[in-house]
Write a protein that binds this ligand. Structure first.
Ligand SMILES: Nc1ncnc2c1ncn2[C@@H]1O[C@H](COP(=O)(O)OP(=O)(O)OP(=O)(O)O)[C@@H](O)[C@H]1O
Length: 252
């Protein structure tokens, strides 16, 4: 199923933050949003997962009209890993991850063998099996982020929405998170700050500035010196890393 966002605009505190943005995530595609702080990436993502109503525009996942669907039905399709993982009550890691099963359950339905198996599998994927009895609030920022990814995995979504998923993570765990979602058989829409990682993992990128899509395309076409300098207002050179062969940026 494809995600289609058509001409979405969002106003916050009387200021137009997202201006007529259209984006698409095709089935199983890994799509990245890049752009400077405050350009509207998170705001756009929030409107896609129904935390914010857009002023205008349409958001569809396949033939499902997201604006008209219930949160529970949207949560059966989309899982979100965002930058802010603060919760008021403390839960164990296992309980936190189990919450990812909620959209698939009826009220008060108890956890099944399959639910526990999915939780164990997801904890192993993020290398936190030994932490299952720990209190979530006692974890480091990076460990919390991996628990939130595990919760998203057990949700068995058709689309992952990641808002700076690698915040707080050391390089091993940044690569781990991106590799895990890349290897899944689902679409991914991710706001990413690290352009080199975005170019490595994404099939398609949208460059956003001042609430508008400035350019879009495959990373090797989109990530040019001219566009990066316009986007981030820092002089740079783009080159091919002689060791990895991947696209790299030197900020000057
Ligand atoms: N609730 C709100 N009320 C008013 N303005 C807001 C609100 N939420 C966000 N904004 C503003 O909207 C703009 C876009 O914010 P957003 O979080 O979408 O940017 P972003 O591209 O995700 O940035 P970053 O890379 O820093 O995470 C910012 O100027 C922000 O201050």
């Amino acid at each position: 199923m494809d995600l289609s966002v058509n001409q979405v605009s969002i106003t916050l505190a009387k200021k137009k933050i997202v201006k007529d943005i259209s984006i698409k995530v095709k089935e199983k595609q890994f799509v990245g949003l890049i752009g400077p702080n405050g350009c509207g990436k998170s705001t756009l993502l929030r409107s896609i997962y129904k935390l914010l109503p857009p002023d205008t525009g349409a958001i569809h996942f396949g033939d499902m009209d997201i604006r008209k669907s219930s949160i529970k039905n949207v949560a059966k399709k989309f899982a979100v890993v965002s930058q802010f993982n603060e919760i008021s009550f403390d839960f164990t890691v296992q309980q936190m991850v189990m919450m990812g099963r909620t959209p698939h359950k009826k009220m008060l339905e108890s956890d099944t063998k399959k639910d526990f198996e999915l939780v164990e599998k997801a904890l192993a994927q993020v290398e936190l099996s030994a932490y299952r009895e720990r209190n979530f609030l006692s974890l480091s920022g990076g460990e919390k982020q991996r628990v939130v990814l595990a919760r998203a995995l057990v949700q068995e979504p058709k689309l992952f929405i990641l808002d700076e998923p690698t915040n707080h993570l050391d390089i091993k765990h940044q690569l781990q998170i991106l590799r895990i979602v890349k290897d899944l058989d689902t679409g991914v829409l991710a706001a990413l700050h690290d352009i080199e990682l975005a170019a490595t993992y994404c099939d398609f990128l949208y460059a956003i500035k001042d609430g508008e899509v400035l350019a879009s395309g495959a990373p090797e076409e989109l990530v040019t010196k001219e566009l990066m300098e316009t986007l981030f207002e820092v002089p740079c050179e783009i080159y091919t890393n002689p060791i990895t062969g991947s696209l790299s940026i030197a900020y000057l």
